[in-house]
Design a protein. Structure first.
Length: 233
């Protein structure tokens, strides 16, 4: 088995959609700003929440793309199921603990109808207890034996186990997840823009020479050994 990582870099975010940049040897160079002289990195304290919001946005947009993809494959149940499970997983990921600051449903869904929180809890348990783990009755396996009429030299025709999975990709669940993704994405984008404004105001107060002395953004390619290690930012 080849020990190799195929790495592809994508950038998603409201503030980055119009940016043209090149990435060489771990270094970013932003294009399209003729008066720019340097790109500086934000400290972890300054930029952690902003970076987390960008990752949440990427996951939510991916979930929405999966949901749209379901409609493009109306006759392929396997592809539909794969896209559905992926959409649920990436949505719930935004509310799960990890290296990034996870979203709080009571905060994000504040002002939404009461049913929104119920729908969120359903989708969360669907991921936690069924799709990612096998804990509830939505997956069952019936085992048994087929006995013959006793006129043969053996009695057991067949031993079997029949896995049964409840169908969760239905119109109601699809609509609820689509609405939840739209609402949460709107909240994330708004918070992202507010955080950009906050950081801008802080940096504008700094001395220009002090800003120029700050380091540039760097990116480290993940190694195979990193797969089981939680990142620090």
């Amino acid at each position: 088995m080849v020990r190799r990582i195929f790495y592809h870099i994508t950038v998603i975010g409201t503030q980055l959609e119009s940016l043209n940049f090149i990435f060489v040897d771990g270094r970013f160079e932003i294009l399209g700003f003729p008066d720019a002289v340097k790109t500086i990195a934000l400290t972890r304290q300054e930029g952690k929440f902003l970076a987390d919001l960008a990752l949440h946005q990427a996951d939510l947009e991916f979930a929405l793309n999966c949901l749209e993809g379901i409609n493009r494959h109306p006759t392929d149940a396997f592809i539909q199921q794969a896209l559905w499970r992926s959409a649920v997983t990436h949505f719930v990921k935004c509310f799960s603990s990890g290296a990034r600051r996870f979203l709080q449903p009571n905060q994000v869904l504040k002002g939404q109808p009461e049913v929104a929180l119920w729908a969120f809890n359903y989708i969360k348990e669907l991921r936690n207890k069924h799709l990612a783990h096998d804990d509830n009755s939505l997956s069952q396996s019936i085992s048994g034996a087929i006995i013959n009429n006793g006129k043969k030299e053996f009695k057991i025709e067949k031993i079997f186990a029949l896995p049964i999975h409840a169908e969760t990709l239905m119109a109601e669940n699809y609509s609820n997840l689509k609405l939840l993704c739209d609402v949460v994405l709107t909240w994330v984008v708004n918070q992202f823009d507010l955080e950009c404004d906050r950081i801008t105001a802080v940096l504008e107060k700094a001395n220009h020479n002090d800003l120029m002395r700050r380091s540039e953004p760097l990116f480290s390619i993940a190694k195979i050994e990193d797969i089981g290690i939680s990142r620090s930012a």
